[in-house]
Design a binder for this molecule. Structure first.
Ligand SMILES: [Zn+2]
Length: 328
């Protein structure tokens, strides 16, 4: 396994006190070093504008390049230097996914995140859709599994009409960015290749385990991807203040282990998205990297929180909905 990272990613800032801060990667790196996992670290190969234009519009790129210290939304600032840093973040994902396509499982330790950036929109701390640019660059039949607690509206927007890229997105329902209903399942050739799995607030390990076993894995097997890439957001952790989902560290790691188990010949990449509790995010990343090495870490943030009792029913209804479309 390999980590793709560049220390210049720490230069990206919103403003003091903003949750999407350089401390996220600093804490993550420290944890990986402590666990003896910061070994094979590869710098990214820089992408070019042409790689971006396969996913985003020319207008989008022009707007990003213009900078100007403007607010894209109340939580996302576009600075003059954002273009270069967003390009670096996307490059980390591209390098990681290309390595994965060649059979080296990877973890892209990167920021700013990407999954809220669509063909022609930015926001939610995102400027370029890192994972989409990477999937496009790799050119394989790919399944994207988005585990970030927020719906990956940007990734959905980019692949909505495509049948060569499957997007499975599990997220908290009625939460930012308020998209990702199950009925939104792709269009044209892409019909059914977007699988949105909104879960009610208060769900945790058990409900997610059901979603993975009863829906995600059966659909993955039907699709038969050459490559699996994971939008790994850790903001569904019970320590994280940005959601009402209560996964714990082991819960996250187990989900990722199952996806590793579904990948063929090491063709899996994890790309960091959200996750704002510094140590919980670092711990989950360490657990996933340890799993790629066939070992385990001992989690500190592993409380079992009570779960919403409506979770299993919600999963059964989702399964019913997708059963007829996927034959699962
Ligand atoms: Zn998120």
């Amino acid at each position: 396994m390999a980590i793709v990272y560049h220390k210049k990613l720490l230069a990206h800032t919103q403003w003091e006190g903003h949750p999407e801060s350089p401390f996220r990667l600093k804490t993550l790196k420290k944890k990986l070093m402590q666990e003896g996992l910061w070994g094979d670290v590869i710098p990214p190969v820089m992408i070019k504008d042409d790689d971006v234009l396969k996913v985003h519009t020319a207008e989008h790129l022009k707007r990003l390049k213009a900078g100007g210290n403007v607010f894209l939304d109340p939580d996302t600032l576009l600075r003059d230097e954002t273009y270069g840093l967003a390009m670096l973040s996307a490059s980390v994902a591209v390098t990681a996914v290309k390595l994965a396509k060649n059979g080296v499982p990877t973890f892209a330790v990167t920021r700013p995140p990407g999954h809220h950036a669509g063909k022609d929109f930015m926001g939610g701390f995102c400027y370029l859709n890192n994972i989409s640019i990477a999937v496009e660059a790799a050119g394989a039949r790919t399944a994207i599994v988005d585990l970030d607690v927020h719906h990956g509206n940007g990734t959905e927007n980019i692949f909505y009409g495509r049948d060569d890229v499957l997007l499975i997105d599990v997220h908290e329902d009625n939460h930012y960015p308020y998209t990702g209903k199950k009925e939104d399942r792709g269009c044209g050739a892409g019909e059914n290749y977007t699988v949105n799995l909104p879960l009610p607030s208060g769900c945790g390990n058990n409900t997610y385990k059901m979603v993975m076993n009863d829906i995600i894995i059966p659909i993955l097997r039907k699709f038969g991807p050459e490559l699996i890439v994971v939008s790994l957001g850790v903001d569904g952790h019970y320590c994280d203040q940005h959601s009402n989902i209560s996964l714990n560290t082991q819960g996250y790691v187990e989900l990722c282990k199952q996806l590793i188990g579904e990948s063929k010949d090491g063709k899996i990449a994890f790309v960091l998205e959200g996750g704002y509790h510094l140590r919980a995010t670092a711990e989950v990343a360490a657990g996933v990297l340890a799993a790629l090495e066939g070992r385990e870490i001992k989690p500190e943030y592993n409380e079992e929180r009570p779960e919403n009792s409506n979770g299993p029913r919600a999963v059964r209804k989702l399964k019913e909905f997708f059963a007829e479309r996927w034959g699962i």
